[in-house]
Design a protein around this ligand. Structure first.
Ligand SMILES: C[S@@+](CC[C@H](N)C(=O)[O-])C[C@H]1O[C@@H](n2cnc3c(N)ncnc32)[C@H](O)[C@@H]1O
Length: 245
């Protein structure tokens, strides 16, 4: 079983691949889509859950998603068909940095995918290239809630604390007009959902040749979360507009 197959099972009960609950996602989309007829781009869309919810809630919206995972895009296609929004959704299988479009977008989304561009500020710079005048960006990024251990940094990467993260975004010419900091409950629910789904799948499929690997991965990842990063990892989503220069 490859990494994407494991990820697909792990996110079965939490299709948003980030630590936010449904109400937080709804409120962020509401703030990011003030008109309801926007053209939306998601860089690193995964299974497309943000776009599918935006499309289902706004019948005049059109959306495009970009991701390097064919399996995630196939899931997005299935979800679009199930929600009857497929005609308004275009999906692109390529690195987000290679995506180009003849038209700009009113909202550029990128949640939990800033590694696609090498970090938060390069992601915002890329988003800006796709943004229509007056458009908005909805970005989701990890932050340190507390000083991380060297092991946590090695495991998850280099991030800033919340205040520094927001200050860097502002210094890069963006104004936050809405934001959401994941709560302890959202952070915990996400991890329990991921490793619980994977463990459940393993227990439900004892004869599957991948069962033992899935159970071992769930056990290892749950332990890494509890031992290495539960006390320092945080997550923020920001709705941004360009600051007038
Ligand atoms: C943590 S998931 C987030 C998915 C989605 N934004 C969400 O919140 O549900 C990160 C996604 O980024 C995608 N990704 C990683 N590198 C990428 C790249 N260079 N270009 C496009 N997508 C990429 C992965 O395939 C994965 O689907």
């Amino acid at each position: 079983m490859n990494r994407e197959q494991l990820s697909g099972i792990a996110h079965a009960d939490h299709p948003i691949k980030a630590p936010l609950d449904d109400e937080s996602v709804r409120r962020l989309l509401e703030q990011a889509l003030p008109r309801g007829d926007e053209r939306v781009l998601d860089l690193g869309c995964g299974g497309g859950e943000w776009l599918l919810r935006a499309l289902a809630g706004n019948p005049r919206l059109r959306a495009e998603g970009v991701d390097t995972s064919e399996e995630a895009l196939a899931q997005a296609r299935r979800g679009a068909t199930a929600r009857d929004v497929g005609e308004r959704l275009a999906l692109h299988h390529l690195p987000a940095s290679d995506f180009s479009s003849p038209h700009p977008f009113d909202l550029v989304l990128s949640v939990g995918a800033t590694h696609a561009f090498g970090g938060l500020l390069p992601t915002l710079a890329a988003a800006r290239e796709h943004l229509a005048p007056g458009g908005r960006v909805l970005i989701g990024e990890a932050v340190w809630d507390r000083e991380p251990s060297p092991e946590a940094v090695e495991m998850l990467g280099e991030y800033d604390d919340l205040a520094t993260t927001v200050e860097r975004v502002v210094a890069a010419g963006w104004t936050p007009v809405h934001g959401h900091v994941s709560t302890r409950r959202e952070l915990d629910d996400y991890e329990w959902a991921c490793w619980g789904s994977l463990a459940s799948w393993a227990l439900d499929h004892p004869a599957d040749p991948d069962s033992a690997q899935a159970l071992a991965t769930a056990t290892e990842r749950r332990s890494e979360w509890l031992r290495v990063y539960r006390d320092c990892f945080g997550f923020v989503c920001l709705v941004l507009r360009r600051t007038p220069s």
